[in-house]
Every structure is written in structure tokens, then in C-alpha cells.
Design a binder for this molecule. Structure first.
Ligand code: ATP
Ligand code: MG
Length: 220
């Protein structure tokens, strides 16, 4: 009976959805509706045995961890922060090499970051990536006051909320538009396929071919 339930793949809309479509296509799966236009949160695919659910990027690991989705696609940034609260529980079999960017420290143009670090000044750092930021500055031996934000980090140095931000950067266009400059790379980011551990055991017959297809498509 349970084998009739379609596999559920959790995705966020935007770049991860867009960059996953070609991987699904390579696996022989078409998606005919877009979450942008349809507003549906459950999307069918051309494979009756596979459906998509559309959730916030930061919620993808939660849906997979609890088995509400059998698998999902999430950035390493999101996975690292999620793992801080939820150790274990998720298989991460494939780096899909999509949604690539870097986690960086950035400051306002004209702020001498290296001098501030060398002087041992306490830095105010605004970010939504709390764990990655704490670990980065702890490794450097730099004391920080961390200010947790949920978005629009670029604003913080411009209005005096913080000396620096830790954010994802791809082209740097958003930083430049706000007179910010990247001063330190923390880690390269891409998105991984994640799989619920129980699903992998009980539904391997359906899941493993899909995992293999994703691995092949992303390596191609
Ligand atoms: P929201 O925009 O809904 O607040 P979010 O910022 O987490 O949530 P997205 O902007 O869609 O969601 O980002 C999803 C994932 O894509 C991120 O977790 C990250 O791994 C990756 N990503 C974020 N920004 C970039 C970027 N500029 N270039 C490439 N990949 C990125
Ligand atoms: Mg975003």
C-alpha cells in the first residue's frame, strides 16, 4: 500500500527550483507547472510516482528530516545551520553542484577590516548564518558581537547596525550596489541532495534510481 504513495521531493522556489529542472529532465521527469505562476505548493510531475513540494529554502531539511518529504535539495549554507540544531538524521548522498556561491565577509567601502582585525577590535557582525559565522571568527581568534538577521543583510553596515556582514555572494552585484566589498571568503557553497534515512531503507527500490539519476545528471 505505502509503495503506491508518490515519492515527495522538497524544493525551494527561485534558483534551486530553476536549476533542479534540468536535472529532473535528465532523469526523464518533466515538470509542467511553475511555483511562481501556479501558486500551488504541491506540484505533480510527468512521473505519477514523484511529486514536488515547494517550501522555504531553510525549511527543506526539516521536511526531509521528519519524512514529510522523502528527499530534498538544499544549500550547504542551509544544511550547516540546520545541523547545528538537528545533529544527524539526513543522508546527503550527492553534491549537485547547483546554486553555487560563496559565503563571505563583507564590509562598507572604506572600512579597514584587516586593520580592525589586527588591532583586536571587537567586531559587530550581522548575519543569518549564525553557526558558520561563529565558527569562522572563532577559528581566526576574533571576538565578535553577532547580530542575527533574517534578510537584507547588506543594509546593516550602511545604517550602523554592524561593521561587517556574513552573506552569500555570487556575482557581487548586490554588494557593489550597496557600496560593500567582500574582504574574506569563508566557504564555497553549492546545493546537495538530501534523503530521509527511513525512506532510503523502506523505499530504496524507488529512491535509489532517482538518486543515481541525480548523481549522473549533476556529474554530466
Ligand atoms: P528567501 O529568499 O526566501 O529569504 P533564501 O535566501 O534562503 O530564502 P534563496 O535566495 O532562494 O532562498 O536561496 C536558496 C539557496 O540558494 C541558498 O540557501 C544558497 O545555497 C543558494 N544561494 C543563495 N544566494 C545565492 C546566489 N547569489 N547565487 C547562487 N546561489 C545562491
Ligand atoms: Mg534569498
Amino acid at each position: 500500500m505505502s509503495s503506491a504513495r508518490p515519492l515527495t521531493l522538497a524544493l525551494s522556489k527561485g534558483r534551486i527550483f530553476e536549476e533542479t529542472l534540468p536535472l529532473l529532465q535528465a532523469a526523464g521527469v518533466q515538470v509542467t507547472e511553475s511555483p511562481e505562476s501556479s501558486r500551488k505548493l504541491i506540484l505533480p510531475t510527468s512521473d505519477p510516482g514523484l511529486r514536488l513540494i515547494i517550501v522555504r529554502a531553510t525549511d527543506v531539511p526539516t521536511y526531509v528530516q521528519y519524512g514529510a518529504a522523502d528527499l530534498g535539495i538544499a544549500g550547504k549554507d542551509v544544511l550547516f545551520e540546520h545541523a547545528a540544531q538537528n545533529p544527524g538524521g539526513l543522508y546527503q548522498p550527492v553534491d549537485l553542484d547547483i546554486a553555487r556561491c560563496k559565503l563571505c565577509v563583507a564590509v562598507r567601502e572604506g572600512f579597514d577590516y584587516q586593520a580592525a582585525v589586527a588591532q583586536g577590535s571587537r567586531l559587530r557582525v550581522a548575519t543569518k548564518y549564525v553557526r558558520a559565522t561563529r565558527e569562522h571568527f572563532a577559528r581566526k581568534g576574533v571576538y565578535i558581537d553577532l547580530i542575527k538577521l533574517y534578510g537584507s543583510m547588506e543594509l546593516a553596515p550602511l545604517v550602523g547596525l554592524a561593521d561587517a556582514i556574513v552573506d552569500l555572494v555570487s556575482t557581487g552585484g548586490t554588494l557593489r550596489a550597496n557600496h560593500l566589498v567582500p574582504v574574506e571568503d569563508i566557504v564555497d557553497i553549492s546545493s546537495r541532495l538530501i534523503v530521509n534515512q527511513a525512506s532510503l531503507k523502506t523505499r530504496a527500490d524507488r529512491l535509489q534510481p532517482l538518486i543515481d539519476a541525480f548523481a549522473q545528471a549533476s556529474a554530466a
